[in-house]
Design a protein. Structure first.
Ligand code: AMP
Length: 579
């Protein structure tokens, strides 16, 4: 393996990266740096975050850019603000010993005036998100005719996020003889077409993704009933009291909802997704980085480029639509030589997705069991022991209370005292978990419902509620269960089998919960349609008060805020099915 010096990295950058702890080049650095330094060719690199690609393009840029000239010579485009900021920070670090280097990040959600001022000071390298850069171009605050290098980072993600037109426009403002260096984790046709439209005979490089085969990531999956997904998540979290994790959901709405539920249930969690303002996102990330926040619930896009070390667990609350994204997600753990665990919650119908992802990762996943109540209590007990062991005793503070405390406890032995202290916490968990069901689905007998195993669930003759919403509205069993629970206040145990059809669905419900549930849909509007629910038992459909269905229509208006992303979800699902 060649050293950075042998690859052609200059003295100043060598000193800077040595201070960052870069001893040996990563594979992509070893292969890309000498090629890019020749300044002869366009470049396409198939690589993802975590492979060291920022330095693979950043170090050559620093050598090629003339820092004595206060004009913009290189542009790095990235899909998200987080990645954009990360890139500019990394480049500032590499160019620490280049005195006149001026590297600026421009992105939405921050003051454009400040960014314009920074550019005008003579930024030689600009890292930008496409939308903000277009703004700057339109305001004539940036000149691109002096650009010699354009780096498109995470090109696939930029296209996924709808930046194609922006990229076209940006590139149209740059000189014809510039070099384009494109990095992408995947190479769909859209990315190929950028390569063919804007590059001439590029040098192509694919690097083995550092994270996919990473021996230091363990991949687990749990098979659960759809209705138990959230309870299973909590069980996993309870059994891992020291977790520092990222929980991935597929949609912004799910991300928000799961985070809210976790917070409500007493967990140290918060959400990160595109609907948050930049300020809110920064705040969440600052809390996470400082580990004040234990669990980040995030969408794929929002979590791209997050480079936080020591993440112990990545939890896939839902598997991503694309197997490729599983890699991006799981690569958030086991960074910088650490080990990590990637955990997926799936229902039986999603088992084939696990097989697809296994193929992509090229590793066998462990089928694990959702921790039982006993497992959880044991873990919590050990956490308490550790806490007691590690606590810093504030001798001064408690001194004045001690005599009366000793007096109160004088007849209790050390062993007895330990048992009592532990019991205070332990009993709380035991109480909580006393009747906790086994949440694992027995795959070998998956045809049988949970009821046939523990007698607690629904007979097929249980009353069913008809609802005029179905898969065309973006519902699957999971989000229909959430929707029904949220609307009606019913608990998971009161809802049985959910049968999703095209434009309608059937939901089994406990008999006592039905009247209230039916009533709660009064006036509900979803996607501009009035929601209609009816009791559908013994082959006959009745409206909620027992009259024939047609009589009960035209309730008042009440809109439901989640419609937008249910339909977004639908599009993605099709994509998965088509794979
Ligand atoms: P990236 O793929 O650019 O997001 O880099 C992932 C992480 O690896 C970052 O924290 C980099 O600072 C770090 N890194 C990049 N190159 C090296 C190297 N040659 N040696 C050690 N760490 C590196």
């Amino acid at each position: 393996m060649r050293s950075f010096n042998e690859l052609g990295v200059g003295e100043k950058a060598l000193k800077a990266i040595a201070e960052l702890g870069f001893e040996q080049p990563t594979p992509i650095q070893e292969q890309a740096i000498p090629v890019l330094l020749t300044d002869e060719k366009d470049f396409v690199g198939l690589a993802q975050t975590g492979t060291g690609k920022t330095a693979a393009f950043g170090l050559p840029l620093i050598e090629l850019v003339d820092f004595h000239k206060p004009i913009t010579q290189a542009l790095v485009l990235a899909p998200t603000r987080e990645l954009c900021v990360q890139i500019s920070k990394d480049m500032m670090n590499y160019s620490k010993y280049h005195q006149s280097a001026n590297i600026v990040a421009v992105y939405g959600g921050a003051s454009i005036d400040t960014q314009i001022r920074q550019i005008r000071k003579g930024a030689q390298i600009i890292a930008a998100t496409p939308g903000r850069l277009i703004d700057l171009i339109h305001r004539k605050a940036i000149r691109l005719e002096t650009i010699r290098y354009v780096v498109l980072d995470e090109a696939d993600e930029m296209l996924n996020m709808g930046f194609q037109e922006d990229i076209d426009e940006i590139l149209s403002h740059t000189p014809k003889d510039k070099k384009v260096w494109l990095f992408s984790a995947t190479m769909p046709a859209e990315v190929r077409s950028i390569a063919s439209n804007y590059m001439t005979n590029p040098f192509e490089l694919t690097v083995g993704r550092k994270n996919e085969g990473a021996e230091n990531i363990e991949h687990h999956y749990y098979v659960v009933h759809e209705r138990d997904r959230y309870a299973s998540l909590k069980r996993i979290l309870d059994a891992e009291p020291e977790i520092f994790g990222i929980i991935f959901c597929r949609t912004k709405i799910d991300t928000q909802r799961i985070a809210e539920n976790l917070i409500k249930d007493g967990y140290n969690a918060d959400s990160l997704h595109g609907d948050l303002s930049q300020q809110q996102r920064d705040k969440v990330m600052a809390r996470y980085r400082s580990r004040t926040l234990q669990m980040l619930v995030a969408t794929d896009v929002a979590a791209r480029g997050i480079d936080v070390n020591d993440v112990t667990h990545v939890i896939h609350y839902n598997l991503p639509d694309e197997a490729e994204n599983y890699l991006h997600r799981s690569g958030r753990t086991a960074r910088a030589g650490k080990s990590g665990v990637s955990v997926a919650l799936v229902n039986v119908r999603e088992l084939d997705k696990i097989r697809q992802v296994e193929k992509r990762v090229n590793k066998k996943f462990h089928l694990s069991k959702i921790p039982t109540a006993v497992d959880v209590c044991e873990q919590q007990l050990m956490k308490l022991m550790k806490k007691i062991h590690d606590v810093e005793v504030n001798e001064k503070g408690i001194a004045k209370y001690l005599p009366s405390i000793f007096e109160e406890l004088h007849d209790i032995s050390k062993e007895d005292l330990i048992q009592r202290v532990v019991s205070i916490e332990f009993n709380r968990f035991l109480d909580y978990y006393r009747n906790a069901p086994d949440l694992n689905v027995d795959i070998a007998h998956q045809g049988r419902s949970r009821s046939s195993q523990n007698g607690e669930s629904y007979r097929s003759s249980a009353p069913r509620m008809f609802i005029n919403l179905g898969s065309v509205d973006g519902f699957d069993r999971g989000n229909m269960l959430d929707y029904v629970m949220e609307m009606t206040g019913a608990t998971k145990n009161q809802v049985g089998k959910i049968d999703i059809k095209g434009v309608y669905s059937f939901i089994e419900m406990e008999e006592q919960a039905l009247p209230k549930a039916m009533e709660s849909f009064r006036g509900e509007v979803f996607n501009g349609r009035k929601v209609r629910v009816e009791i559908s038992g013994d082959g006959e459909r009745k409206s909620f008060d027992g009259k024939k269905s047609k009589e009960k229509r035209g309730w008042g208006e009440k809109s439901y805020k989640r419609n937008e992303s249910f339909s977004g979800d639908k599009k993605r699902k099709r994509k998965y099915a088509g794979r």
